[in-house]
Structures are given as structure tokens and as C-alpha cells.
Design a protein around this ligand. Structure first.
Ligand SMILES: *Cc1c(COP(=O)(O)O)cnc(C)c1O
Length: 867
């Protein structure tokens, strides 16, 4: 509850509009989560500015507004009129104002403040302490995991005058934050749960992180109380260096428990407290939390309860009611009668290991331990090493491993190196593929009722989506999973390494592959064309995704393109479409690719290379039926037959397929394509009559897949359709296909340039009027073409912004005179959707006088790909 008078006094804010309310239920800084009766606080973030959403907040029922003075004069009249009916407080800095309010309200209502920090387990510990205390006292707890300089003050908007205790979780993501939080909340009791390398990204070294957390015990008053685990050497070392004189330093230890009696079951942890100074007899010690690391959570809550005067017996009684929280080793009923351990709230190396250990402990002997692990983020330089370290634990804790995401793929790699069987590892890049792989595994009827699935990953990995797809009753997801509010569902966090990036929607690629499979039926296979780094989409991720969604073979242009796929352990066959020079044939054999052959000379050379390495290579013969490019001409039927016979004789090579390629299957007039098809059919009939027809016949690219079903044969070879682009304006994909690629950047500067001034190299553009321009950090060396024609325009705030002057190597300038709200940092769409506006690769290709595949495959490697 927030009273207007407290807020004004604490912040020295100015009441710009009176409004009707003087009390507000809570603060909200995200209109998507706002509930009527709350006060909307406009906060500037790294990616967005809350001041852009004030009108939205009013429409959603905000009864108060906390805004910054500097923006007021830029507000349109419409907004000011709407604000006039709402209590509006104007301050210099809304974040600071929230902090001032938090500090003041804690002093006014003075609950006893208990602060919990540490690397992991903060939220569960906060909840357990609050559960124990609230049995005897009126207790406030900080909201969800709102734990930083913004979240704690926002949370304290819900504090009430009657609260005797406030249990707060303090988190930190930059140096000085814990000290600052302690200054604001003045804790009397402090707990450090543990210290692990989790936030290293922000602190550089372990010592600096330890020093950061040490700000909590340092801030405690002389009659304060500080609690930590006796055996935790890092915290002990920290406390010793701090040389605290004031607060009581207390420790807890698992030795207080009778661990030989420990029971770990799906209903929780249960053991006994050994008699001690606080209680003469053994006491039962249990909770519904899963995972033995939670013994610490329980001991902390127990000690604080007893220290605050609650009798030991009552404390353990209250503790026995503590329930697991959503997303934190939360048990759920899964499909095929499996049990799920949903641990999707967040992940660090320590919590990953705790999760895996719990998986191993709770899986019955006749069940399988299945770990579905997503990326762990924010680990700085330690990131790759941390994932590999988890991988090396897999053989000990799991029977099957499914990874989802780019970093998590390193877990799979390390597991493989640690001797975990490769056929029990599945690397995926989309939530759907991870869930689908698990579903297939769980369908094994003999194991039902016994299998257990752990699902875990960092917040950004959004692994709760996998949990949802594996739940027996997904309709219950809103209550049982984390991040289920409409706001969270919309949030997509991308982490490009540069403010110019490509977003690759791998679920679109999975979807498109499945649609192609439906189109061709179960008898026909799919070989996906992955050349040119999957037309610029990223070959490895696309390869994994299409193989999970029905493709069985991959096609590349050159031997070198097969190397990264081979090295990543992809075992699907890979056909090289192009010329393999004799000097590269051993490399081709080593990689185990399938080669395209169209001459006897190459067949012999390949045979020699295969013999030298004592291997067998599969080959496909290429026939030129009217493309006029690579292949034996269809007229040379004798030569084709002779090559087939020769290959059959040669050691080390095996004929698997024969194929041709269409020149114009994407044209309205199908005459040429049909002629090519007829010629190819003639070649096939000759081979068939001589008993020489190889097992895999293929011809269709995307256009022929759609427009010429007779060309499907045994396998299709789509490229562009997989990426969700129409083969041509005339041959269009059926409904349901989705474009997978968006090309984006951010405005790097906005400024006015007077009339008559030059813009960009060569001064080819001179402003005709005062022009508001935006500079973009993208140029022709990113594939954002300069000449003979350029992109023409881009999308900013859902509107077209025309390019002015020449595109430079790394930058360009656009006109935003007609987009008054355009600001530095705004998202700019070069290909993709923005609000209701869109710019397709097809449109850009038309402007450039080019082809959509050329546009996407020319976006250069220095543009990071995110998915
Ligand atoms: C590129 C390529 C394909 C795929 O063509 P799309 O038009 O993108 O479907 C198929 N076969 C060969 C030989 C190719 O080079």
C-alpha cells in the first residue's frame, strides 16, 4: 500500500495532477502486468523507456503515475489530457525516487528487516524464512524474485503498516549494489546462502564477488545477527577478512541433523534435528522441498525462527509446511505418466548440479533419468567452461541428455567426451524439438510411470516452454509454471554481440520442414539444402532443427561446408552438390560425405582415395537435363549407363543415387521444367530396364516440390522453402510456412541537419529542408547493399524511413523527420516485421534487382545470429 503523502515527502516530488486517489495498491513498471489501482512508474531501461507506455498504463487502469520531469515537455497533448485525471507525481529520476520511498517507508513502519543474499537459493530461502515467521508474526516478503535496486523498492510498494517483519531477497548484478541496497533497507538480520561463481560476469573474480556479498554483514547494526553455513569456507574466509565488531555471527551446520535418517522422496525431505541447546529432544525436521541442497534452506529458516523467539517445536512445525515454488525443482505430472522436475526458474553451475543430483535421487531404479538442459547465461569468461563442467557430470546423474540452445550444446559435447553414449544425447535448438525428443523417449510403454525428467536452464532460455509441452495437463501451466503472465509470454530477450543482428526463428524452420513432409507424404525423404551457411541462417542450428523435424539428409555446395557439421557430430548423410577436385577427395572420404559424380575420371580418383583410407564412400550421379550446368548430358545415355556400371566395379565407392536439377521450376510456364522431367524419366527408365536403377532418385528443389509433384521421386532437395521464403512471386508456398529470418539494427544517433547540407560520402544527397536523421550501425560490409541500388528504406516505429545518400561500409543514414518519437536505441527492422509493418526479403530483393536468397545469403558473417 502506497500513500500519496509518504511518496511526495520521501521523493520531494511535485504533484502535477491531483487525480482521485491518494492510496495505491502497489507499484508497477510494466504495463503488461499492471492491475487497476496500481501506480505506474515510468522507468528508463536498457532497451526501452517506460515513458513511452504512460497512455497504455492509464488505459489499463493505473490510478497514479510517477514520471520524470525531463520528458514532460515532449509529451503530446493527447497524453497530457489523459494524465490530467490521474494522480501524477513528477520527479527528476524515477528509479531514485523509488529508492527514496523504500528507505522512508521502512523507517516509518519499521518492520524488522531480514536480508538474504548469496549466489543461489535466495528466493527459496526468503520464502522459507517468511513461512516460518508468518506463523507467529505479520510478515512481508519481497515479491517473486524482485531483488535489485529497482525490484526491491517496487516490491516495497506492497508493504503494509501492520507488518512486523520484512524478509527481502537482495541480488546483485554490478559492484556496489548490495551495499546500496543495504543502505536503503537497513537490515537487522543477514544471511548469505552460499558463494559460487555465478555472477562472475559482473565481478570478474571470485574475490570481488565475495567482497560484494560481504557488504551485507558489514551493514548490520551492533545488535544485528548474521548467519551462514559453518562448512562454507568461502563465506568464513570473507567474514574473517571483514573483522566485524558489531553483529552476532552465527553459523548453522548439517551436523545438527541426523543425516543417516534422511528420507528424500517426492513429498520432500525428512530427517531429525539432533538435541541441542535450543531443544532437549529429537525433533522431526521436514519440508516439501525437493533436493538435499534445501537442507540448508531449512536450517536457515529454522535458526532465524528460533533466534526470533519462536519455540523450536513450533518452528519445525511451520517448516514442515514449506512448499516448493514454481520453477524450482517443482514436481509436475508429465506425459506418458512420467514425473517432471521443473527447475526452469533459472540456472547456474551450482543449481544445475543440484538439479541433476535431485533427478538421480528421485528416479526409481526401474525408471530412466532424463535431463533436458538449456543455456546458462551471465557467466562471463567462465561460460563455456561451466557448460563443459556440467557435461562431464552427465554420466554420473543421467541416462539421457537433451540439450536446447547454443551454449547447452557444449554440455552435450562434454558429455560425449566424458564417455556418455552418443545415442543417448540429443542436441536441439528449439523448445519444440527438445520437448518432442523427450516425448518420443517417454512413449516407450515399458518404462511408463517410472521415468523422471529434469527441465532446467537460465531465465533467458525460457525452458518453462519445454515443461509446458511435457505436462500431462498443460491447461494448468498458468498456475504451475514460471513466467506465465501475458507480459512474460511476450518478452523475447535477444543477446546479440552487436547492435546489428539477425534473428533466426528456428521454430519456423522446424515448422516449415514438417509442412514439407506433410506435402510429400511418408514415402518421400527430405534432403535440406544447407549451402552458404543455410542461406545465411546458420548451417549447424538449421541442420539439427530440420533433422529433428523430418529431414533425413543434408546438402551442401562444397566439401568445406560439411566440416562444421561433421565436427559437431551430425551423423545424417551429407551430399556435396558441387565439384570435388581430386586433391580434396581424401578430405571428402575422411569426412564421410556423399559425393556427386559425373565423370569416370573422378570416379576412379574417388575410389583410390577411399581405398587409401580403407573406407567406402556413397556417390550420386548428376544428370544435366536442361539446366546446362553440372552433370552428364541426358543425351549421353550410354555414358551414364557406363558410369553406373563402372562405379559398381570400383572398390570403395557405392552408387546410392542419381539426380538432376531444374532451371525454371519457379516460372509460371512449366514447359521447360516438364521437359526436364521427361528427359530425366527417360534416363531412369533406361537404367531400370537394365536393372541399374539406384535406390535414391531426386530432382525437386523448393519450386518443383510445390509446383511439380511428379518430380518428388524418392527425395526432395528444398532450400528456400525451409527458410520460409516463396520460391518466386508465381510459385508461392502454401499457407502456414513462416519466414525464419529477421535482420535488425538499432539507431545509433538522432539529429537535425539543416537544409542544404551534405549527407554521406560523395555528397550525393543534399538536404532540401531541415531534416531529422538517424544514423544506423549497418553498412555494405554487413550485406546491406550500397550499389547499384540500395535497400531504399527501413522500418522504425512501424514506419518507413528512407535511406539518405550513400550506404557506407559500416553505417548509413535514414530520414526520420516524419517519425518524431524516433530515439537513439530504437529497434530498426531491415528485414522482418515491426508492429503491423513488414519488410520481406522478397520486397528487398525487388528493390535491389536481386533474388531473396541472394539477399539473405549475402548478410555477412560479422552480423551475429541469435535465435
Ligand atoms: C540450391 C539447390 C537446391 C535447393 O534450391 P531451392 O530453390 O532453394 O529449393 C536443390 N538442389 C541443388 C543442386 C541446389 O544447388
Amino acid at each position: 500500500m502506497i500513500y500519496l503523502e509518504h511518496l511526495l515527502k520521501a521523493t520531494h516530488g511535485q504533484l502535477r495532477y491531483q487525480g482521485k486517489q491518494t492510496r495505491f495498491d502497489a507499484f508497477s513498471h510494466d504495463t503488461r502486468q499492471l492491475i487497476p489501482g496500481e501506480m505506474f512508474v515510468a522507468v528508463r531501461g536498457e532497451r526501452d523507456d517506460g515513458h513511452n507506455y504512460i497512455l497504455d498504463a492509464i488505459r489499463r487502469g493505473a490510478t497514479g503515475l510517477l514520471v520524470e520531469a525531463r520528458t514532460l515537455n515532449t509529451f503530446p497533448d493527447e497524453l497530457l489530457t489523459a494524465m490530467a485525471h490521474i494522480a501524477t507525481i513528477v520527479v527528476e529520476d524515477t528509479r531514485l525516487a523509488l529508492q527514496q520511498y523504500a528507505q522512508a517507508i521502512l523507517q516509518i513502519w519499521h518492520p524488522k528487516v531480514i536480508a538474504v543474499t548469496g549466489s543461489v537459493g535466495k528466493t527459496s530461502t526468503k520464502e522459507a524464512i517468511a513461512t516460518v515467521l508468518s506463523n507467529s508474526f505479520s510478515t512481508f516478503r519481497s515479491w517473486q524474485n524482485y531483488n535489485d535496486l529497482l525490484g526491491i523498492p517496487l516490491s516495497l510498494g506492497r508493504l503494509e503498516p501492520h507488518h512486523e517483519y520484512a524478509v527481502l531477497e537482495l541480488g546483485c548484478d554490478h559492484p556496489g549494489e548490495i551495499a546500496e541496497l543495504c543502505r536503503i533497507v537497513s537490515p537487522q538480520i543477514g544471511v548469505i546462502t552460499n558463494i559460487t561463481p555465478i555472477e562472475l560476469q559482473y565481478f570478474g573474480t571470485f574475490d570481488r564477488l565475495a567482497a560484494e556479498l560481504g557488504a551485507l554483514p558489514q551493514s548490520l547494526p551492533a545488535d544485528g545477527y548474521f548467519l551462514f553455513e559453518d562448512e562454507n569456507a568461502a563465506i568464513r574466509a570473507l567474514i574473517e577478512t571483514l573483522q566485524l565488531s558489531g553483529p552476532t555471527i552465527a553459523t548453522f551446520s548439517r551436523q545438527e541433523l541426523n543425516l543417516s535418517q534422511l528420507q528424500t522422496t517426492w513429498s520432500g525431505l525428512a530427517t531429525e534435528l539432533i538435541p541441542s541447546a535450543t531443544h532437549a529432544h529429537k525433533l522431526p525436521f521436514s519440508s516439501h522441498l525437493l533436493g538435499t541442497h534445501h537442507l540448508n534452506t531449512m536450517l536457515i529458516a529454522y535458526h532465524i525462527g528460533v533466534q526470533q523467539g519462536i519455540p523450536a517445536a513450533e518452528t519445525v512445525q511451520a517448516l514442515s509446511t514449506v512448499e516448493p515454488m514454481a520453477g524450482r525443482l517443482y514436481p509436475l505430472a508429465g506425459v506418458s505418466h512420467a514425473r517432471l522436475l521443473d527447475d526452469t526458474h533459472n540456472a547456474s553451475p551450482a543449481s544445475m548440479e543440484a538439479g541433476l543430483a535431485t533427478l538421480a535421487m528421485l528416479t526409481p531404479a526401474n525408471g530412466r533419468r532424463i535431463a533436458i538442459l538449456g543455456d546458462m547465461l551471465n557467466l562471463g569468461d567462465y561460460e563455456a567452461e561451466a557448460h563443459r563442467a556440467i557435461g562431464s557430470l552427465i554420466p554420473r546423474y543421467a541416462d539421457y541428455l537433451i540439450t536446447r540452445g547454443e551454449q547447452a550444446a557444449l554440455i552435450a559435447e562434454a558429455a560425449r567426451q566424458a564417455g556418455f553414449p552418443a545415442d543417448r544425447i540429443n542436441v536441439t535448438y528449439t523448445h519444440e524439438d527438445a520437448a518432442q525428443t523427450a516425448r518420443m523417449l517417454l512413449e516407450d510403454a515399458d518404462r511408463q510411470h517410472h521415468d523422471v525428467v529434469l527441465i532446467k536452464g537460465s531465465e533467458v532460455a525460457r525452458m518453462e516452454r519445454v515443461s509446458e509441452m511435457l505436462m500431462d495437463q498443460p491447461a494448468n501451466a498458468p498456475e504451475l509454471l514460471v513466467r506465465q503472465t501475458p507480459g512474460w509470454k511476450q518478452i523475447v530477450v535477444t543477446r546479440p554481440q552487436r547492435p546489428t543482428w539477425l534473428e533466426i526463428d528456428l521454430s519456423a524452420i522446424g515448422n516449415n520442414t514438417r509442412l514439407l513432409k506433410q506435402l510429400i507424404g511418408p514415402q518421400v525423404q527430405i534432403m535440406v539444402s544447407l549451402k552458404a551457411d543455410a542461406y545465411g541462417h546458420g548451417a549447424l542450428k538449421v541442420a539439427r532443427t530440420v533433422l529433428h523435424n523430418g529431414a533425413t539428409m543434408l546438402g551442401v555446395a562444397t566439401v568445406t561446408e560439411a566440416i562444421p557439421l561433421h565436427d559437431a557430430g551430425i551423423d545424417a548423410p551429407i551430399l556435396v552438390y558441387g565439384y570435388i577436385p581430386h586433391w580434396q577427395m581424401r578430405e571428402a572420404v575422411r569426412l564421410g560425405v556423399t559425393a556427386t559424380l559425373y565423370s569416370s575420371e573422378s570416379a576412379k580418383a574417388l575410389s583410390r582415395a577411399a581405398q587409401a583410407l580403407d573406407k567406402t564412400v556413397k556417390v550420386h550421379i548428376k544428370v544435366d537435363t536442361g539446366m546446362g550446368r553440372l552433370g552428364i548430358r541426358h543425351e549421353q545415355i550410354d555414358e551414364i549407363v557406363a558410369l553406373v556400371r563402372e562405379i559398381a566395379e570400383l572398390p570403395g565407392i557405392e552408387l546410392e543415387g542419381i539426380y538432376t536439377h531444374f532451371a525454371s521450376a519457379d516460372a509460371e510456364d512449366q514447359t521447360h521444367a516438364r521437359m526436364q522431367l521427361a528427359r530425366f524419366q527417360h534416363v531412369l527408365s533406361v537404367l531400370t530396364t537394365q536393372g541399374l536403377r539406384p535406390p535414391l532418385i531426386h530432382a525437386a528443389n523448393s519450386a518443383a516440390t510445390v509446383a511439380l509433384p511428379e518430380a518428388h521421386f524418392d527425395m526432395i532437395r528444398p532450400g528456400i522453402a525451409v527458410y520460409g521464403l516463396h520460391p518466386s512471386p508465381l510459385v508461392r508456398l502454401p499457407e502456414g510456412f513462416r519466414a525464419a529470418l529477421s535482420f535488425k539494427t538499432q539507431i545509433s544517433q538522432v539529429k537535425w541537419i539543416p537544409a542544404g547540407e551534405c549527407i554521406s560520402y560523395g555528397c550525393t544527397y543534399i538536404t532540401e529542408r531541415p531534416t531529422k536523421t538517424a544514423v544506423l550501425p549497418v553498412g555494405y560490409a554487413d550485406g546491406f547493399r550500397r550499389s547499384p541500388r540500395n535497400w531504399g528504406s527501413v522500418l522504425i516505429r512501424g514506419q518507413e524511413a528512407p535511406i539518405l545518400g550513400r550506404v557506407c561500409m559500416d553505417q548509413c543514414v535514414v530520414d526520420v523527420t516524419h517519425i518524431p518519437e524516433a530515439r537513439m536505441g530504437d529497434e530498426v527492422v531491415l528485414i522482418g516485421r515491426q508492429g503491423n509493418a513488414s519488410l520481406t526479403a522478397e520486397q528487398i530483393a525487388e528493390r535491389l534487382g536481386s533474388l531473396h536468397c541472394e539477399v539473405t545469403s549475402e548478410i555477412l558473417a560479422r552480423v551475429p545470429r541469435v535465435n
